[in-house]
Ligand binder design. Structure first.
Ligand code: FES
Length: 113
């Protein structure tokens, strides 16, 4: 297992980009739960953020891709609007260990696609 970040570093209702060993991920904290995804839009495989650590729409209700505006549910990564409608962000399984977000290297991959 490898540590990709600390839960305490992610504010409630906010998102944060994470990079570890060449893999690009992002996390969203909502209701004190962490949702972890690969930072790759299912539409074209581009990173999703608008600017650093900004992966959510203006209301903070949904994940929104900066390239063409696709909207995804925070809890599931399911696309509910936009060019990749019906597709999903790649969810990364993790364990919390004393507040540290731990991911199996096998689930990390070295590439962003
Ligand atoms: S690349 Fe994300 S919506 Fe097109």
């Amino acid at each position: 297992m490898i540590c990709v970040g600390s839960s305490a570093d992610i504010e409630e209702g906010r998102s944060k980009g994470l990079e570890v060993e060449g893999a690009y991920l992002f996390a969203v904290k909502r209701d004190d739960r962490i949702f972890l995804y690969r930072n790759s839009c299912p539409h074209l495989g581009t990173p999703l953020e608008w600017e650093e650590d900004t992966f959510l729409d203006p209301d903070g209700a949904l994940i929104q891709c900066a390239t063409h505006g696709a909207l995804f549910e925070i809890e599931t990564g399911h696309c509910i609007a936009g060019p990749c409608l019906g597709q999903n962000l790649q969810k990364i399984p993790y364990l919390l260990d004393n507040g540290l977000i731990m991911v199996d290297e096998a689930n990390l991959g070295k590439r962003n696609f």
